[in-house]
Structures are given as structure tokens and as C-alpha cells.
Design a binder for this molecule. Structure first.
Ligand code: ZNH
Length: 142
């Protein structure tokens, strides 16, 4: 679970990157389908899955929007993302292994954005936070 210090680091980084959130989300999603091509099946209804695809960019922006909500409700992520948890479990049926793959590409995109400011400590806090989000998005599966 997240320590108070982790939460502080997450909020601090979010304040810094939120103006670029859509861009970071687009980059993370573009990386996801290139680096882990098995994830493409979930987006097969998109006309274009290339890194410059407007649909990939728009979807990445939505994902980061939800992460922003999770940051705002960081003391109870399960409540902050409950609607999305239902959507992923009942409608989208995304295999939960994919949440780890997206967390990985998101960390890469954060690192590329923050450069040297992406310290090991911030890396750790965000890795834990993305694992909390993944757990929430998978908790309704059975
Ligand atoms: Zn998801 C959708 C978030 C992961 C797949 N998503 C979605 C949305 C959001 C999200 C916000 C929108 C909703 C509405 O519209 O209502 N996700 C998210 C997050 C995460 C995720 C936060 C983590 C972190 N997903 C994911 C993964 C996958 C997915 C991993 C796979 C691979 N999603 C998805 C899909 C969809 C979604 C497919 C639908 C899309 C369309 O548009 O169609």
C-alpha cells in the first residue's frame, strides 16, 4: 500500500505533469501497442493503431484523465475508480495481465517526460500507485 510519502510524491508529480497528461497518455498507449503487440486486439476497432493515430492519442488522454481522478481520490482509489472498475470487468473484459504492461509503458513515458527528475524514489511511488489502480480495475473480475 501507499505510504504518506508515496502519496506526496504522486501528487507532486501529477501537479507538474498534468498540463502534459494527454500527451503522456498518448505516448504510453502508442508504446503499449508497439512494444506489446498482443494488446492490439483490444483496440482492433480503431482505424489506425500507429503511434500518430488520433484514436490512440485520444484514448491515451482518457486513460490519463482517469489517473488524474485517482490522484484526486488517492486515499480511496477503489471508490474514485469504481465505475471504471465495473466497465473493465463486465464490459471490456481486459485480461488483467495487460494492466502491468500499460503500467510499464506509462513509467517509460513519465521517465521520458521528467528526465532526471524521475528519481528512483518517484519511480517507486508511481509503480506502486499504478499497481493500486490495476488492482482496483481488476477487483470485480471473477
Ligand atoms: Zn481502459 C476504456 C482507463 C487500462 C482497454 N479505459 C477506458 C476508458 C478509461 C480507461 C477512462 C474510457 C471509459 C469511458 O469512455 O467511459 N484503462 C484505464 C486506466 C487503465 C486502463 C486508468 C490503467 C491504468 N484499458 C486498460 C488496459 C487495456 C484497456 C491495460 C487493454 C490493453 N480501456 C480499454 C478499452 C477501452 C477502455 C478497449 C474502450 C475503448 C473504446 O473507446 O472503445
Amino acid at each position: 500500500t501507499l505510504s504518506d510519502h508515496d502519496k506526496e510524491l504522486i501528487v507532486k508529480v501529477w501537479k507538474k505533469i498534468s498540463p502534459k497528461a494527454a500527451q503522456i497518455g498518448g505516448d504510453a498507449l502508442a508504446r503499449l501497442v508497439v512494444v506489446f503487440p498482443q494488446t492490439k486486439i483490444y483496440f482492433s476497432h480503431f482505424a489506425d493503431l500507429s503511434p500518430s493515430s488520433p484514436q490512440i492519442k485520444a484514448h491515451g488522454a482518457k486513460v490519463l484523465g482517469a489517473i488524474g481522478e485517482a490522484v484526486r481520490g488517492i486515499d480511496n482509489v477503489s471508490v474514485s475508480l469504481s465505475k471504471l472498475s465495473e466497465l473493465h470487468a463486465y464490459n471490456l473484459r481486459v485480461d488483467p495481465v495487460n494492466f502491468k504492461l500499460l503500467a510499464h509503458t506509462l513509467l517509460v513515458s513519465l521517465s521520458a517526460t521528467l528526465g532526471a527528475e524521475f528519481t528512483p524514489e518517484i519511480h517507486l511511488a508511481w509503480d506502486k500507485f499504478l499497481a493500486v489502480i490495476a488492482a482496483v480495475l481488476s477487483e470485480k473480475y471473477r
